[in-house]
Design a protein around this ligand. Structure first.
Ligand code: ADP
Ligand code: MG
Length: 212
């Protein structure tokens, strides 16, 4: 079977507090890059430094702790658990992170994250009772619940109409204004215009890396 090089010769530095859009045609390696940045995947060669430490050398357990504490993920199709209501979905990373099982402080964190995305009125709703934009807000609240410094969003507006997509980008912009690093994959120039920097991929390599 032929080897596929999803990414090759990629080199770039992300400063704390940047807001980056990653663009490129389908199959150009955007999701693969996000998986590496998010410590969901390791590069087969090369290194990835997060906060000055080489995470490519860490064990799966160590990577899962980094993901849980430092990185918030948002996906195109929200990836909510349909049997759980809004609060329970937002609570999932806290349960996964067993240290935070303290009920009161866990609940405070959930409510704070839900407030940050403006969904306080929907606490007991299930995903099937929410609009796409609301589901994406729940996903952002879930990404925020452990107060991560980095938010990674892979086509977060891909399933939304343009007005709702703008609202979601407004929330991500607000999180960036609080000092969080935000990296968003998008096909949409208008979505990318919220970012301060655009990295364009083609066939697994960086074609353009520009600050705007
Ligand atoms: N798990 C995998 N195994 C083999 N090839 C893969 C895998 N994931 C992605 N690829 C390939 O790597 C390339 C980049 O994929 P991906 O990162 O998903 O692109 P994008 O998100 O830009 O559409 C594509 O050619 C894809 O088919
Ligand atoms: Mg993709």
């Amino acid at each position: 079977m032929a080897e596929v090089h999803a990414l090759s010769n990629i080199s770039f530095v992300v400063e704390r507090g940047e807001f980056i859009a990653i663009m490129g045609p389908s199959g150009s390696g955007k999701s693969t890059l996000m998986h590496i940045l998010g410590c969901l995947d390791r590069p087969t060669s090369g290194s990835y430094y997060l906060d000055n430490s080489d995470v490519t050398a860490l064990s799966n357990k160590e990577l899962s702790i980094i993901r849980n504490h430092r990185i918030g993920f948002v996906f195109q199709s929200y990836n909510l658990i349909f049997q759980l209501n809004v609060i329970e979905n937002v609570e999932v990373p806290l349960i996964y992170n067993r240290m935070s099982l303290n009920y009161d402080s866990g609940m405070d964190k959930c409510l704070k994250a839900i407030r940050a995305v403006g969904l306080n009125e929907r606490l007991r709703h299930r995903p099937s009772e929410l609009s796409g934009g609301e589901m994406q807000r729940v996903a952002i609240a879930r990404a925020l619940v452990n107060d991560p410094l980095i938010i990674l969003a892979d086509e977060p507006t891909g399933n939304l109409d343009s007005k709702t997509g703008e609202e979601i980008m407004g929330i991500l912009k607000g999180l960036n204004d609080e000092g969080r690093t935000v990296i968003v994959v998008t096909h949409d120039e208008k979505v990318a215009s919220h970012a301060n920097r655009t990295i364009k991929l083609k066939d697994g390599s960086i074609l353009v890396d520009s600050r705007q």
